[in-house]
Design a binder for this molecule. Structure first.
Ligand code: AMP
Length: 283
């Protein structure tokens, strides 16, 4: 496994591998790898001749008062996990390499990036779309893998790929959860033991809504109220948003159907966690 920090070296290597007819699979991450990431890497290993992992805590997708400076990092640990998953190349540039002085270009996806995380984190998806485009230009992947954990992010990326005719196949994979239901996230490392217990209110809210949906409830406001009530009962939790929306357009839903998304962002203490489900998700 080779570790690369230079854009030029990564790009030249990818281009020459592709000239040899190799299929490049790519998993972009911010590191501090967990089983959500390794599920993407294992699927990438199956889909490509060459598997590239990027580890880059992307400053332009963080707001001014967010956790950029304390975002967890562990490059050595990540490299051990990457080796176990059969990664060939780890691309881990510095912020200065990706955004040298004078950098001033941005990719913006409009409507899909406005609600939910786009509303609570202004500019976030511009940062995501811009870095993903740049990483794609550097890594030149045939296929790239993302998690449904960041459902809106995946929707924004799919839209961008279609709108800009980028020649990359996008694969979305299911949310990987801890045994008790908590969606895996690098940010779970911030949680104290008490907060870790409180954080279960997110997956419990999903669970109760799915149960009510399976039992025939279709009124989105009733389903939403069930989830809100459950989270309101958790003193450590502050709701950022909790909404039912159409999974394709992210427009608000009034009547739930199998393709309705429930997405939520909840602060547990100072840690902001996100989770989501489709009404038709297998559990
Ligand atoms: P991150 O390092 O948090 O930026 O995530 C990198 C990729 O891993 C993104 O495509 C995420 O959606 C995906 N991911 C993160 N957590 C999970 C999870 N629990 N299950 C599935 N995919 C995940």
């Amino acid at each position: 496994m080779k570790i690369i920090t230079s854009i030029n070296e990564m790009q030249q290597l990818s281009l020459s591998l592709k000239r040899e007819g190799k299929r490049v699979a790519f998993v972009p991450t911010m590191g501090f790898l967990h089983e959500g990431h390794t599920s993407l890497l294992r699927e990438g290993r199956r889909r490509g001749d060459i598997l590239v992992l990027s580890i880059f805590v992307n400053p332009i997708q963080f707001g001014a008062n967010e956790d950029l400076d304390r975002y967890p990092r562990n490059l050595d640990g990540d490299c051990t996990i990457a080796r176990e998953c059969g990664v060939d190349l780890v691309f881990t540039p510095t912020a200065g390499e990706m955004y040298p002085p004078g950098f001033q270009t941005s990719i913006r996806v409009r409507e899909l990036a406005l609600p939910l995380c786009g509303a609570s984190r202004p500019g976030h998806f511009d940062g995501v779309a811009t870095v993903v485009t740049k990483l794609f230009n550097i890594v030149q992947p045939d296929v790239a893998l993302f998690g449904n954990k960041d459902f809106q992010q995946l929707a924004v990326i799919r839209r961008m790929i279609a709108d800009l005719a980028l020649p990359v196949e996008i694969i979305g994979l299911p949310i990987v959860r801890e045994a008790d239901g908590l969606a895996m996230s690098s940010r779970n490392a911030y949680l104290s033991p008490d907060e870790r217990r409180s954080a279960l209110c997110l997956s419990r809210a999903i669970h109760i809504v799915r149960e009510r949906y399976a039992a025939g409830e279709r009124r989105a406001n009733v389903l939403r109220d069930e989830a809100l009530k459950l989270i309101a009962a958790e003193p450590a939790a502050t709701i950022d948003y909790l909404e039912l929306r159409d999974a394709a357009t992210l427009e608000p839903a009034t009547d739930a159907s199998d393709t309705t998304l429930m997405a939520l962002a909840v602060k547990i203490g100072t840690t902001r966690l996100i989770d989501n489900t489709l009404m038709c998700d297998e559990r």
